[in-house]
Design a protein around this ligand. Structure first.
Ligand SMILES: NC(=O)c1ccc[n+]([C@@H]2O[C@H](COP(=O)([O-])OP(=O)(O)OC[C@H]3O[C@@H](n4cnc5c(N)ncnc54)[C@H](OP(=O)(O)O)[C@@H]3O)[C@@H](O)[C@H]2O)c1
Length: 309
């Protein structure tokens, strides 16, 4: 039988509840806060700093389709906007198009896809196929995938942009073997966006490409913010360090994403996910405090110590 609390114990319990409420209240308020946004320099369009990558979206059986539908629905419900896909991700564009059809979600998204051809005729056909697969009359961003077609297809993208069918144009890479070429294109061409790989465990793009993007007024999407998931395996079951609370992080995913989006040149990170629960976790990184330069350095040292050991 539990005894009735004494007067002093009652006071302590009350005080404890007050402390718990004080810690919970800001967390609950944080969950309701709007997502942090950044402007695209070329157009002023504001985008939440965390989006979603869909390179594992595919058509599938009913359970899989329901999973992807829930993932995108959660993303929109929680305020997400930037969805990145490509015609080369299996039938990701078709799978997204099927979810969006008749859902009313299209207009709440910033739809980004890619083009991966060299010739103008093939490029035009491939682009039209993306419009059809996604079931949209306007693509918010079209990127030359892995720099392919950078010498031939920018005029096509600019023509489509002038016609109002494409909102923004850009180029992508996820390999440091392409950084020299990417830098040359960024210096030569006027682009609205670049997309590049950058993560606490993969910081090469931070050396020249991210500062150059800021200098040239180009928005930056960051792919592979979790190193394709390898960073989760690196931290394993380690508890979050004390400093994670200083930047309102309750998971490693949020630490990894806040590291990426706190780089001043970054507009939006696009973590790949096929699970609503992960989307909710990831969008949590678009709320609350971000690490300053000193804390970014601590995150790097922490991660390097784990991966060097
Ligand atoms: N060259 C290019 O243009 C290029 C190259 C690569 C990627 N991309 C783009 O960048 C996007 C991101 O890359 P990526 O998806 O390969 O790698 P990533 O974002 O670094 O990692 C994705 C992995 O992390 C998992 N994950 C996501 N959120 C999580 C969370 N909160 N907790 C635990 N695990 C979580 C995902 O699993 P679940 O699915 O189970 O959530 C998936 O296994 C791609 O989808 C694509 O749009 C572009």
């Amino acid at each position: 039988m539990t005894s009735k609390p004494s007067a002093s114990r009652r006071e302590l319990l009350k005080a404890g509840l007050a402390v718990a409420a004080a810690t919970l209240a800001p967390r609950a308020a944080l969950a309701q806060a709007p997502l942090l946004t950044r402007p695209v320099p070329a157009t002023g369009v504001r985008l939440p700093i965390v989006g979603i990558g869909t390179n594992r979206f595919r058509s599938g059986d009913a359970a899989w389709t329901a999973r992807l539908r829930d993932t995108l629905a959660a993303f929109v419900r929680l305020g997400g906007k930037v969805v990145d896909t490509a015609p080369s991700y299996g039938d990701s564009e078709q799978a997204i198009g099927a979810i969006l059809a008749g859902s009313g979600l299209r207009d709440r998204l910033f739809l980004a896809t890619k083009l991966d051809r060299d010739g103008v005729i093939e490029g035009r056909q491939r682009l039209e196929a993306s419009f059809a697969a996604l079931g949209t009359r306007r693509l918010d961003l079209v990127q030359l995938h892995n720099l392919r077609g950078a010498g031939t297809l920018l005029p096509l993208l600019r023509e489509q942009q002038a016609a109002g069918r494409i909102g923004h144009i850009g180029i992508t890479s996820s390999s440091d073997s392409q950084y020299v070429e990417m830098e040359a294109i960024m210096r030569r061409e006027k682009l609205d966006f670049i997309q590049v790989d950058y993560a606490v465990g993969n910081r090469g793009a931070g050396e020249r490409l991210l500062p150059l993007a800021a200098e040239r007024g180009m928005a930056v999407l960051v792919n592979l913010p979790f190193g394709r998931g390898a960073q989760f395996r690196a931290v394993g079951g380690r508890p979050l360090p004390g400093w994670a609370a200083e930047i309102d992080c309750s998971s490693w995913a949020q630490v990894f994403l806040k590291y990426v989006v706190s780089h001043p040149a970054v507009t939006c990170a696009i973590p790949g996910s096929t699970q609503a629960v992960h989307v909710e976790d990831n969008l949590g990184a678009a709320r609350g405090r971000l690490p300053d330069a000193a804390l970014r350095h601590s995150i790097e040292r922490f991660f390097d110590a784990i991966t060097d050991s």
